[in-house]
Write a protein that binds this ligand. Structure first.
Ligand code: G6P
Length: 471
């Protein structure tokens, strides 16, 4: 990463996010190793250098219920763990955050549940994050709060630190008014967000939905498209599409060890077979079941053709397994994989290869290099960084991106093959088109995708947000 100094160099910055930027790792071999390891991902690598320069702190949860670790330093940054009890894990995290807000904010593709006990816990836990932030904050310092788990933190913090610069960024979509209106606590959530000076969204759509809701349900006054007035303060609402560390992925794509690993993958799967790759957290918003259906449709159409059958590799990263809707989509996906492989497989050659595990960035990059086509087909997604990582890794300039219109990324990556994931036949057709696209078209499209992604990396994203916040 490259160090940045947006806004006022040296002025303290505190980041508040549900999770800390580290996780506890224990390995048995080689030799017993354990300790805090920096989490992968663009957000963490963009913010750590800024925090280091601005004597910052990061407030978040370690990922385990019960007694929180004492504050500690990690790579020059003060980490302050927030405690969640086993009950709060259930009510705040699995409940209100991920079984109320998550489905509601993703177009209600699953029924959001509204429960008072979940809400009460959400309020308590948000207060705790705000208290912890207030404790770390120097007068006139800056706080950047992240994501849907912490929407009440800006106002709770404003009460304690009236002079703070408070920013909030929502990583997931902000839903349209008709859906947001269902929330019994819609006014309180909006008032929580309106405690910030800058509220950021992935897309213009999210910004617009928020502004409309704030006017309708929280009596905010609209000054212009991006400015609201509320209780005597001005609040900027703006879109800041997040990105990735482009250079880091490009470097992985050029790394000889990663390249030889990708050759190995191609050899193992069979050189004559084209590879369609899917990489997602195993979440019902990702449209994995529809993707499988589209692939099955493609196989059915090819039954009597001489074209070699492609292989679909689905890497599904375990996530929120204790929530019933997640257990259910896992079962559905896995039984469907079995069914399709039973029907269209031959001995030793299955049309779908399925992995249920997390993979590290080098292995991921090797898969990106091996894939002829990357299929990103969510029903709704705030941005989707996989869609940006794939082109960034393809330093060879080849490969085809099939991308759902319902991802934030689709607004920028217009040279992908855009699909409607609800239209299974249309998606099957786009897979066909991707598999048979000639090299010239592949290179033209991939070239413009790469240019687009390189033009605004995650460092520029963080700088842009903090500049507005410190203005
Ligand atoms: C999404 C959310 C993040 C969240 C991540 C992993 O990307 O926007 O806030 O951290 O999923 O989910 P988890 O529940 O494991 O933190």
């Amino acid at each position: 990463g490259r160090p940045t100094s947006p806004g006022e160099r040296g002025k303290q910055l505190v980041v508040v996010a549900n999770r800390l930027p580290v996780s506890w790792i224990e390995r048995e071999s080689p030799g017993r190793q354990y300790g805090w390891e920096t989490s992968p991902g663009g957000l963490v690598s963009a913010l750590l250098p800024i925090l280091r320069e601005r004597a910052g702190a990061w407030i978040g949860w370690s990922g385990a219920a019960g007694q929180a670790p004492e504050p500690f330093d990690h790579q020059g940054i003060r980490l302050r763990p927030v405690q969640l009890s086993a009950e709060e894990l259930e009510l705040f995290y699995l409940g209100f955050s991920n079984a109320t807000l998550w489905p509601l904010y993703h177009d209600s593709v699953r029924f959001p549940e509204f429960r008072r006990s979940w809400w009460r816990s959400y309020v308590d836990v948000n207060q705790r994050y705000a208290e912890e932030a207030a404790r770390s904050l120097e007068d006139g310092g800056t706080v950047w709060v992240h994501d849907y788990q912490l929407q009440l933190v800006p106002a709770a913090l404003r009460e304690r630190c009236p002079n703070a610069h408070i920013g909030f960024f929502l990583h997931i979509p902000f839903p349209p008014g008709e859906l947001f209106a269902q929330l019994p606590w819609r006014r309180q959530l909006l008032e929580g967000l309106l405690g910030a000076d800058v509220v950021g969204f992935q897309t213009e759509l999210g910004r617009r939905n928020f502004v409309t809701a704030a006017v309708r349900y929280a009596d905010a006054r609209r000054i212009d498209d991006e400015v609201l007035e509320w209780r005597g303060r001005r609040i900027v609402a703006r879109s800041y599409p997040i990105s990735i560390d482009f250079t880091a992925f490009a470097e992985l794509g050029a790394d000889p060890a990663v390249r030889s690993r990708s050759e190995e993958i191609r050899d193992r799967l069979g050189r004559e077979r084209k590879i369609i790759l899917g990489v997602d957290r195993l979440d019902y918003t990702k449209g994995i079941d529809k993707r499988l259906k589209a692939f099955e449709t493609l196989l059915a159409r090819r039954v009597n053709s001489d074209l070699p059958s492609p292989v679909l590799v689905q890497i599904a990263v375990p996530s929120r397994e204790l929530i019933p809707d997640y257990a259910e989509i896992r079962e559905r996906v896995e039984s469907y994989v079995g069914q399709i492989n039973g029907e269209y497989g031959t001995l030793g050659r299955a049309p779908i290869e399925y992995h249920y595990k997390s993979i590290d960035q080098r292995e991921l990059a090797a898969w990106y290099l091996a894939a002829d086509v990357l299929a990103v087909t969510p029903l709704r997604d705030g941005m989707n960084l996989v869609a940006k990582e794939y082109p960034a890794t393809r330093v060879d300039g080849d490969g085809v991106l099939v991308l759902s219109e319902f991802c934030g990324a689709a607004h920028e990556l217009v040279d992908a093959l855009l699909v409607n994931p609800h239209d299974v036949d249309g998606m099957a057709h786009s897979f066909e088109r991707a598999l048979s696209m000639d090299e010239e078209e592949r290179r033209t499209r991939m070239g413009s995708l790469r240019d687009q992604i390189a033009s605004t990396d995650v460092y520029a994203w963080a700088e842009g947000f903090l500049e507005d916040l410190n203005r």
